[in-house]
Design a protein around this ligand. Sequence first.
Ligand code: NDP
Length: 288
Amino acid sequence: MEKIIDGKKLSLKLKEHIKNRSEDLYKLTGKRPKLTVIMVGNNQASKVYVSNKEKSCNEVGIHSNVLHYDNIDTDKLIEIIKELNEDKDVNGILVQLPLSSNIDEKKVIEAIDPIKDVDGFHPYNTGKLWINGDPYFYPCTPYGIYKLLIENNVEISGKNAVIIGRSNIVGKPIASILLKNDATVTICHSKTSDLSSYTLKADILIAAVGKPYFVKKDMVKEGAVVIDVGINRIIEDGKNKIVGDVDYNDVFDKVSKITPVPGGVGPMTIAVLLENTLKAFMIQNNIK
Ligand code: NDP
């Protein structure tokens, strides 16, 4: 059985499917799905993410555009989002986070029409996710993780799933998805005392901490499935590198399956975003 969970491979398969579907929809409607990304400020990592999203949209026949603002306030940004909500040509609206500190992120996210909220961060969608598992859109990274688990035949029901990290974009929503799929879920965070006592019980361990090589062998149960969400930019041996939150080489022999960084969760996040944009188009055009 394959030990490395290959997110790149699965994301390519999903993208191929989305491309075909998008072509079929074009033949049917004469229109293509459109994603508008809003970016504020000059965060270098955000710039890379936004350009990857644009590139991926192009690859699968989804139109995309980026609205980039250096200086903007909350009210103006909300005004722009309201215009996009009304624009019938725009199916998905994504506000690239983090926003600059002068902007009220919560208000901005809440301004997006839930039916165009392809990131799945609007309280309507997060609330629906927790209450009955039925949002318009699942958040991209957590749903990408779920797809990786399913595709790699990882049993979720009845398993102990431990998540390190409680952010709104990763930790909490993946907890909700795994709970819905009958795992027993524990969420750990920076105030958790004796973290290892939890992680050592994990059949499925999800690391979303934002600290390079944080998870070591002595924190992992023998045979665990380890999902590494971390994207940490570090300099190692004089080279710029992207590494995960898990010390991959250290834990490798002990685990049954593991996602690499890069090539694990990252590519799945974008694939789910494309899928969500296609879904937005279909909902808004009453296509089943
Ligand atoms: P956040 O910084 O929002 O959250 C980090 C979480 O880790 C917090 O809940 C924090 O606890 C917890 N934490 C920090 N230190 C410890 C510790 N010593 N022990 C236990 N818990 C700790 O990060 P995100 O959730 O946004 O992202 C996590 C990682 O995933 C980052 O590396 C990010 O780059 C990456 N990422 C990757 C994506 C992908 O597509 N692959 C998408 C999104 C994120 P507390 O709440 O108490 O502060």
